[in-house]
Design a protein around this ligand. Structure first.
Ligand code: TXA
Ligand code: MG
Length: 325
């Protein structure tokens, strides 16, 4: 790993790494982010790999401003008011994915919504501008560790898992951004953070509080619990070593069983990062009329396989109450 002071040259270098699908840790006003091209499934898979996350939490995509956000989400009047008041700054808005949105499905954990924010830190802004991309960025720490507010914390936590760290000094806000769901008629607070509830309510009136999350600390320790995850409408059968003619097969590795109605292979070469990158798109592609069930081949329980299997087990355990047609 290299730790560099942000200059025009190092920011250009970081932007080039991002465009190549590599990871870069960068300062924001809240905490350091572990950034990747938010439109590149494989680059986003590398974030989860570096963090060692046992499951896929949806990630925030960082953009320059409201105009850029509108290319990826369905904008509305409340979002407009909030952006005018809080952007750039520590407010993340959850909005419906718009038609043609280039944000990776893995970055949103397969959800139909996108969490998006415009950071105010000048280095973050310069990096987004130089890369010409939305940047997916969770906090730049290993899973379960506290969020880094200095470059040293990133180094301690991630070591060589990230090739380049832009050292912008200590983060001024020091807690993560506030996450607000603005996709419905009334905004709902999903995670307390740098933008206060009082200030948000002063801008847009009363907001709801997510009951899924009793406290800010719980929110921070288990952010993935915030979102209801994508569940396929069809039942999911795990550890399939054979397949029926009425089934869709989600294969892994070089020797999938023959005979499925439709087969997608997460990674013919057995590469877990490739499998993670394909997971949500292929689950969606198999979740269609005419297919009775989605059969999934065994995935190794190592590295990114933990997160993939966690996701698949949730999909298989779904009791059907929340299934979509
Ligand atoms: O300040 C921050 O927000 C930092 C800096 C780097 O921007 N980022 C950060 O990201 O804290 P992360 O991945 O640690 O937290 C993202 C939060 C999680 O609580 C996640 O559940 C929520 O945003 N989130 C992301 N996408 C969502 C979605 N589509 N629906 C609901 N919640 C979402
Ligand atoms: Mg985090």
């Amino acid at each position: 790993m290299r730790v560099v002071a942000p200059t025009a040259e190092t920011i250009a270098e970081a932007a080039a790494l991002l465009r190549q699908g590599q990871l870069v840790a960068f300062p924001t006003e809240t905490v350091y982010g572990l950034g990747a091209d938010a439109t590149n499934e494989r680059a986003v898979a590398a974030i989860f790999e570096a963090k060692g996350r046992p499951h896929f939490n949806p990630l925030i995509s960082h953009v320059l401003d409201a105009a850029a956000a509108r290319r990826f989400v369905e904008w509305n009047d409340t979002a407009e008011k909030l952006a005018a008041r809080f952007w750039p700054g520590p407010l993340t808005m959850v909005l419906p994915r718009c038609k043609g949105s280039a944000i990776s499905l893995l970055a949103t954990a397969g959800l139909d919504t996108v969490a998006i924010r415009a950071p105010s830190h000048p280095v973050a802004q310069a990096l987004i501008r130089a890369a010409g991309l939305p940047i997916a960025g969770p906090s730049a720490n290993r899973s379960g560790a506290v969020s880094p507010t200095r470059a040293e914390h990133v180094i301690e936590s991630l070591g060589d898992r990230v090739p380049l760290v832009l050292d912008g000094g200590p983060c001024l806000v020091g807690v993560e951004s506030t996450v607000l769901d603005v996709s419905g008629p009334k905004p709902v607070l999903l995670r307390p953070g740098g933008a206060t509830r009082e200030a948000i309510e002063a801008a847009v009136g009363p907001i709801g509080i997510s009951h899924a999350l009793p406290s800010g600390d719980a929110a921070r320790s288990s952010p993935g619990q915030l979102a209801s995850h994508y569940a396929p409408a069809r039942p999911v059968r795990l550890n399939a070593t054979d397949v029926g003619a009425d089934e869709g097969l989600l294969a892994f590795g070089p020797n999938p069983p023959a005979g499925a109605m439709l087969t997608y292979n997460l990674s013919p070469s057995g590469n877990l990062a490739e499998a993670a990158a394909n997971l949500f798109a292929q689950m969606r592609a198999l979740d269609r009329p005419g297919i009775a069930r989605i059969a999934v081949m065994p995935i190794p329980e190592t590295g990114l396989g933990l997160a993939i299997n966690d996701r698949l087990r949730r999909a298989a355990a779904d009791d059907g109450l929340h299934r979509r047609g």
